[in-house]
Design a protein around this ligand. Sequence first.
Ligand code: ATP
Length: 471
Amino acid sequence: MTDTPPADPDDVAPAVAELDTIVSLSKRRGFIFPSSEIYGGINAVWDYGPLGVELKNNVKRAWWRSMVQERDDIVGLDAGILMHPQVWVTSGHVGSFSDPLVECQTDHRRFRLDELPGAEGLSATDLQDPGIVERLGLKCPVDGGPLSAPRRFNLMFKTFMGPVEEDASVIYLRPETAQGSYVNFKNVQQSSRKKLPFGIAQIGKSFRNEISPGNFVFRMREFEQMEMQYFVRPEAEAAAAFEDWLPARRAWYERFGVTPSRLRLREHAPDELAHYAKKAVDVEYRFPFGWKELEGVHNRGDFDLSRHSEASGETLEYFDQATNEHVIPWVVETAAGADRAAFTFLIDAYREEEVRGETRVSLALHPDLAPYKVAVLPLLKKRPEIVTLCHAIKTDLQRHTMAVYDDTAAIGKLYRRQDEIGTPWCITVDVDSLDDDAVTVRDRDTMNQERIPVEGVTRLILDRLDAARAR
Ligand code: ATP
């Protein structure tokens, strides 16, 4: 919990000291399960259960609303996961989308060089030094065996298209969604008639054959991204757009409940910049396992559109009617992960407190992100009139939002279950409800209860959801 003192006095404590707290809650309550568990699981792939799929869908909807729905200058796209293989040659992924890998000579385990004990914080130049293992005296962290010199390991998954498995039919599972936006630049610009500056937003699966995945859903081999490519006039406009997007993206996490002191910005050093980037700043979160990237904001210059123009022969220019000029737009990209964002919201919402001698666990999720917005609970399930009224209230709510009925325990336990999955409001129907046509509404965070007329319940919940969204 939050009382663990951080080792660095300037650091903040994570919301949860042990990652296991979140992993076991996720499994127990149906947020996230290991993939193919009955066969022993498959490393770095996770399945979202009934509550997890709601949470992740809500995160994606919240992102789409703020990036597309609420803006006039950004439109959506859903490009294929499989693309022409030349895309990945042109983008530089075939040549350089790789991590430095070292292998233990005795047990043949493989590690990402920059994640070995003693190699953290190495510069990009050091990571490319073939003598680095010897220079730092690095050893296998499992059996202490000698390690090979680093070699580059390409992270793209390969497969074959069509019935023949030969080199000519090799294609890749996309490692990012961004390229779909670049190759569709002309289609989108001409069909939507957008003028610069404008953006293309995408949400979709990406795949990376990570050398050392881990930390639950933080680093997976199959994951979902929420990326937006903002096309602007060269240089000065790109620099200005970058400065606008960076605080806007940080603020988005805060708006949906992430504690501001657990967010920070970190700029990439010049030798750390990806081959396409002019400038890159990460929005980082204080995870239980340290400060790590949550989202990247990148100034990609004209790298993408000019490279794809050259390689495809199709000019990906923009004709500026105001100045009568053809320009190749620059790109400012905001690249987030849907899984990493949902994971962050889950961790940051976790609360444990003492209530009347018992530990109460709750998830203080923003109401927009909570899997269920409201639970309808009977105080006495033996009274059919109470159960009937519960179902009527729940059915009316379900026309608008996610609502659930539960009568499988006593009311105290039912409240605790809803607290633990982050349901912001519970509605309880009791014996008096049958006479006074009123029910009790309980708030997850304050535990305050108020009595309101049955006919006003749906409106009240929807108004509260709206108010939370407007905050
Ligand atoms: P990292 O340094 O963590 O490997 P990256 O800099 O390669 O990440 P980008 O290529 O900028 O990441 O991807 C954008 C976002 O996609 C990341 O900020 C993260 O939220 C998400 N993401 C990237 N790789 C993974 C992964 N293996 N599992 C889950 N999410 C990921």
